[in-house]
Design a protein around this ligand. Structure first.
Ligand SMILES: [Zn+2]
Length: 228
């Protein structure tokens, strides 16, 4: 156990000492720049996560010391940190910075926001599209921030239902709009990979507030616009 830990630390410091190392012969997904979002203060976490991945490799019957896997524990650790960086981001703070007073009071809709998340039950990806709409009540937010909010919550371990509600709730809380509508359509790898008959299943979730709940015509307009 101890030697394994030391080995990981050595791998990590080797990487730091030689950031430009190239690994000819590896497939392109072994590109260490793929998930490069790690601050120096995270290196202790990366080292202990790498130890855990090393154990997983042993557990599945692999030899973590063979050439192709030598750097895999650290790569996986870095990838996982990147894919869960939403834990270290504050959606409320991010939204509040981009709120403006404006009298526009029709529906604002951003559709087809690409979404990549991981289910909290299997830590396998689910991915698809989010459609986010709101009806302002004196305040609007920079449109790109609606996509950013999706990203902040998606880059965590999630269930699709909660992800949908968290996006609705933060927009509702920060903007106090007349209503919010969120629809997410996603494919879950934990279902898709289990059997042929589930390959094309798509899960749809929705969360609404205000006029999206109380007004049939508002809800219908929203659903019509996202299905077009
Ligand atoms: Zn799952």
């Amino acid at each position: 156990m101890k030697s394994k830990s030391m080995k990981q630390e050595k791998t990590l410091s080797d990487t730091l000492a030689n950031n430009t190392a190239s690994y000819s012969g590896y497939s392109s997904c072994a590109d260490d720049e793929c998930f490069d979002d790690i601050h120096n203060s995270d290196l202790g976490v990366i080292a202990s996560m790498s130890d855990a991945v090393y154990s997983i490799l042993e557990g599945i019957g692999e030899n973590p010391e063979r050439e192709g896997l030598l750097k895999t524990p650290e790569r996986v650790a870095r990838a996982m940190r990147f894919l869960t960086k939403g834990y270290r981001q504050d959606a409320e703070e991010m939204l509040k910075k981009a709120v403006f007073s404006e009298s526009y009071d029709e529906m604002v809709l951003v559709k087809d926001i690409e979404l990549f998340s991981m289910c909290e039950h299997h830590m396998l990806p689910f991915f698809g599209k989010a459609h986010v709409a709101y009806i302002p009540d004196g305040k609007i937010v920079g449109i790109s921030k609606l996509a950013r909010v999706v990203e902040v919550y998606a880059r965590r371990l999630q269930v699709q239902e909660r992800l949908t509600q968290q996006i609705r709730d933060i927009i509702h809380d920060v903007l106090s709009p007349k209503g919010v509508g969120v629809v997410i359509e996603a494919k879950h790898m934990c279902m898709v990979m289990r059997g042929v008959e589930k390959q094309n299943s798509i899960t749809t979730t929705s969360a609404m507030s205000g006029e999206f709940l109380s007004s049939q015509s508002t809800r219908s307009e929203f659903l019509r616009l996202i299905n077009r």
